[in-house]
Design a protein around this ligand. Structure first.
Ligand code: PLP
Length: 461
């Protein structure tokens, strides 16, 4: 079975961290205390944590040694210049501003560029990106190709923007109301699917023609570049850094969460070409984050990001990374668990509405499945469906739901072994067999924005 070939780690383990199993009754108590929200469960009560691949990477010996030599000077630290050099080397933009994480980069960029009543097109906005557009009083518009919503299509680039939709949207809205176009690589909220180089070029051409700035949400740029190398015939012989460099050459800038493809636990940045943005960005940075040569980070963090960016574009690392995630997906798929296809770069997405066809959308099947998986095996996942992206009509209280109702199993980078993934697969396969016993949920408490982080729910009897 080629698709079940065990992925071999291109590293060995030098430091270990204890994790502990819990009993079923312990997990039941934790769920009650947490209002059935897995974000509220103490990490010590989790056995295998697939909540996110964000900030959960294991750093290398080289990164840890970078931590020791970080320069903590307030202004002009050596580590900043090392960071700047590494970012410029891979991304190729003229300016770099560090931030404490990706959403800070988004907030600052949008505060500088986006006004009330504007619209920002994206393939699919990530939740914090959408929230940061909306707090400006602007519209976050998703213009991904329709294939993205078809979990059975094996289209190799389901993250692609629909160019026709983008052109029509610009024509109808007028470029004066579109301060920038974004493209999320890989497309996190659409199954971790990549965007092709061809599509990047087309988006860029449309933006240049309309004189609209084009920015990447570049959190997983290395995984995206690797998929381009593997799936886009014309790119097979190019190196990953060369592909990344070419991707970025078509854009005006990028926001980045270093917690993903920079292999660190905290950090982010904005990188861009337009020098006229610099004053506004730096003013906002100083108010909210810090001086422009540290931007909310310690010198040691900048040093670790610089080294992480060099490691993440390594072909052996990327080959392992993507096949490791695919291994989990293929175990589930072969056992008949409905998964989004193709398997994404950083995560496996389970089709919760198909897994639990007896639970209606307004009872949040994705949420129900993620709670059931914790209850079953102490595995934490995250719902990407009705709770995360449901929209409530303020007058009627009626909710509308995103097309896809999914549970994401995000795989932290270099953290878990093949046997951990097998534990997760076994638990899900067992749940699939007894799926009729899983019940839906109702929300009992929720905030105005990003409700999945803090909402409290109860199980429907
Ligand atoms: C994680 C993420 C962000 C936000 O970054 P944080 O570091 O969590 O603030 C933005 N966009 C995408 C696609 C992401 O995955």
């Amino acid at each position: 079975m080629r698709d079940l070939k065990r992925p071999v780690e291109p590293y060995r383990i030098k430091v270990v961290e204890r994790i502990k199993k819990t009993s079923r009754s312990e997990r039941e108590t934790e769920l009650k205390k947490a209002g059935y929200n897995l974000f509220n469960i103490p990490a010590e009560k989790i056995f295998i944590d697939l909540l996110t691949d964000s900030g959960t990477s294991a750093m290398s010996d080289k990164q840890w040694s970078g931590i020791m030599v970080g320069d903590e000077s307030y202004a002009g630290a050596r580590s900043f210049f090392r960071f700047e050099k590494s970012v410029k080397n891979i991304f190729g933009f003229a300016h770099v501003i560090p931030t404490h994480q990706g959403r800070a980069a988004e907030r600052i960029l949008f505060e500088a560029m986006v006004k009330k009543g504007d619209s920002v097109p994206n393939n699919i906005h990530f939740d914090t990106t959408q929230a940061n557009v909306e707090v400006r009083g602007a519209h976050a518009v998703n213009l991904v190709d329709d294939a993205a919503y078809d979990p059975d299509s094996n289209d190799p680039f389901k993250g692609n923007m629909d160019i026709g939709k983008l052109e029509r949207f610009i024509e109808q809205t007028g470029r004066a109301k579109i301060p920038l176009v974004m493209l999320t690589i890989t497309n996190n909220s659409g199954g971790g699917q990549p965007v092709s180089l061809e599509n990047i070029k087309s988006v860029s051409a449309v933006c240049r023609r309309s004189k609209i700035p084009f920015f990447f949400d570049a959190c997983r740029f290395a995984e995206n570049a690797y998929f381009i190398k593997k799936r886009e015939k014309s790119q097979a012989r190019k190196s990953v850094p060369a592909i990344a460099r070419e991707m970025f050459s078509y854009a005006d800038g990028a926001t980045m969460s270093a917690k993903k493809d920079a292999l660190v636990n905290i950090g982010g940045f904005i990188t861009y070409n337009d020098a006229t943005l610099t004053r506004r960005l730096k003013n906002l940075l100083i108010i909210g984050e810090g001086f422009p040569t540290y931007g909310g980070l310690a010198g040691r963090d900048l040093e670790a990001i610089a080294r992480g960016l060099d490691e993440v574009v390594d072909i052996d690392y990327l080959e392992h990374r993507t096949s490791h995630v695919a291994y989990l997906g293929n175990l589930l798929d072969r056992a008949g668990v409905p998964v989004f296809k193709p398997i994404g770069g950083h995560a496996v997405y389970i089709l919760a509405d198909r897994f639990l066809p007896h639970i209606p959308r307004h009872q949040y099947p994705g949420w129900a499945l993620s709670v059931a998986l914790y209850r079953e095996a102490g595995v934490r996942s995250v719902e990407i469906g009705g709770v995360m992206f449901g929209k409530k009509d303020p007058k009627t209280g009626r909710e509308t739901y995103p097309v896809l109702e999914m549970v994401r199993l995000a795989v932290p980078r270099r953290v878990y072994t093949v046997s951990h993934l097998e534990v997760v697969a076994d638990a899900l396969i067992a749940l699939h067999k007894k799926r009729d016993s899983i019940r839906g949920f109702r929300i009992v408490e929720e905030p105005a924005h990003l409700r999945h982080f803090t909402a409290r729910l109860e199980e429907i009897k």
